[in-house]
Design a protein around this ligand. Structure first.
Ligand SMILES: Nc1nc2c(c(=O)[nH]1)N[C@H]1C(S)=C(S)[C@@H](COP(=O)(O)OP(=O)(O)OC[C@H]3O[C@@H](n4cnc5c(N)ncnc54)[C@H](O)[C@@H]3O)O[C@H]1N2
Ligand code: MOO
Length: 414
């Protein structure tokens, strides 16, 4: 008897299909560096100046000609140079200049001896360690040379990029305009936090989590609120979003229940590119286009919404924003402390705790993996990835883990 294969895309295929259908922003704007963190450069940036702009000292000490630096010989100190000094005289032959870190190197000097390697006797110095030519000198353009491409187009600007742009004397940068992302959740049972809970209701938490996941991506979010399980209401909000945002993320109502209308409404307003992905949690994820607005329908179960936003929505946002190279989660190998038994078929992202040992990382999946159990996401510090075709992983076998962060919460969160 043949077994029908489910019409689900693999996670990789789903991601590829979503990325292939996603447009790239064209609008750009010039913003102050102070407002540019996490924005994406719209063009390559060439260095307007050399860094450093001139040869300068890397140490507090004495600048001189290396050939004059005979050990145990008294060398007169003929001048002093501070950082910020200009119009510096040439260094007289056979003499040294007292020099501070960052001060321009006087013409003629070709080495700096740090003051710890010098004895100062009144107006003279005696060198106790022989200096190499060009030691302790930061050469003009050594860090960045005028005209170099310092940042390429499609780069998400981090703190280091902003520092580098500032070192170039720039106070603005041209970036893609913010991606306009709409967020809606659907469900008659959903109630805004901060109000007394009504019978049959639960507190709505997905918008809070998704907004936080989107925050580092520097998108501009329009909150379309809680939409009832009602086709007309969904059509109304989704049609409005079409004219207002580049991308709409909806949560809930995307499975097969009698009040799950999201996919049907997407079909009526645009095209469903795919629905259902072989991923756990997150199977009923839907992707499509409504005119030029990209649509991502994440499942309502909180963990499913959270995980699919990380796995599928984030790459789509990055592509749409103009990021040149999509980001990849850091994947490490860890040894399983306990066996994993499960039904094969979907790539599974289990909430787990990883910790360092002398032999490398170990990983322990958390006991509660239901997609409604958000508390285990807060207790985990990584996902344990179980490949789609695998039903058993033995204790002691290697497994792939995706740390939530580069700084892990220590063991003890359990
Ligand atoms: N017969 C089947 N039933 C279900 C299937 C299936 O294949 N066959 N798939 C299950 C899977 S897997 C998932 S995931 C869920 C997803 O369903 P929906 O996207 O339609 O989500 P809802 O039914 O609207 O909600 C599910 C669950 O999550 C709660 N929820 C929804 N939104 C929020 C929110 N914003 N904040 C907090 N909690 C939320 C909701 O109350 C439900 O308990 O379908 C399975 N069913
Ligand atoms: O795909 Mo669902 O997220 O397993 O509950």
């Amino acid at each position: 008897m043949s077994v029908a294969t489910p019409a689900w895309l693999s996670l990789d295929d789903a991601r590829e299909r979503a990325l292939a259908a996603t447009p790239v922003l064209t609008g750009t704007e010039t913003v102050l560096l102070a407002e540019a963190l996490n924005r994406i450069t719209a063009c390559a940036i060439q260095a307007p100046v050399n860094v450093p702009p001139w040869d300068n000292s890397a140490m507090d000490g004495y600048a001189l000609r290396a050939e004059d630096a005979d050990l145990n010989t008294c060398i007169p100190v003929s001048m002093t140079v501070f950082a910020g000094d200009s119009q510096i005289q040439e260094l007289a032959r056979g003499t040294a200049a007292r020099i501070m870190t960052g001060a321009p190197l006087p013409a003629g000097a070709d080495t700096v001896v740090m003051q710890e390697n010098v004895q100062r006797n009144g107006d003279d110095i005696v060198i106790t360690e022989p200096p190499r030519q060009f030691a302790n000198i930061r050469r003009k353009g050594n860090d960045i040379t005028h005209g170099d491409t310092v940042i390429s187009a499609g780069t998400r600007l981090n703190a280091a990029h902003l520092m580098l742009l500032a070192s170039q004397g720039l106070d603005t940068v041209t970036v893609y305009r913010p991606l306009r992302v709409g967020l809606m959740v659907t469900g008659d049972e959903l109630q805004t936090p901060g109000t007394p809970l009504q019978p049959g209701h639960i507190y709505e938490s997905n918008r809070t989590g998704l907004k936080a996941l989107l925050a580092p991506l520097a998108v501009s979010v329009t909150d379309y609120g809680i939409v009832p399980d009602d086709k007309a209401a969904l059509i109304n909000v989704m049609r409005r979003a079409c004219g207002e945002v580049d991308m709409l993320i909806s949560s809930g109502g995307v499975s097969v229940g009698d009040a799950d209308y999201v996919k049907e409404v997407l079909e009526s307003l645009g095209d469903v590119n795919f629905w259902k992905v072989a991923v756990k949690p997150g199977k009923p994820f839907a992707f499509g286009m409504m005119d030029n607005t990209c649509f991502c329908g994440v499942p309502g179960n909180p963990v499913s919404a959270y995980v699919t936003t990380q796995l599928l929505v984030r790459p789509v946002i990055e592509r749409y924003q103009g990021l040149a190279a999509p980001t990849q989660p850091l994947a490490l190998s860890a040894t399983l402390t306990t066996a994993v038994q499960r039904r094969a078929g979907r790539t599974e992202f289990q909430r787990a705790v990883m910790h360092p040992t002398q032999g490398g990382w170990q990983v322990t999946p958390l006991p509660r993996q239901s997609s409604g159990v958000m508390s285990s996401v807060t207790q985990a510090n990584c996902y344990l990835v179980v490949p789609a075709e695998v039903s058993t992983l033995d204790a002691g076998s290697p497994a792939t883990v995706l740390p939530f962060d580069t700084r892990l919460t220590p063991e003890g969160v359990l």
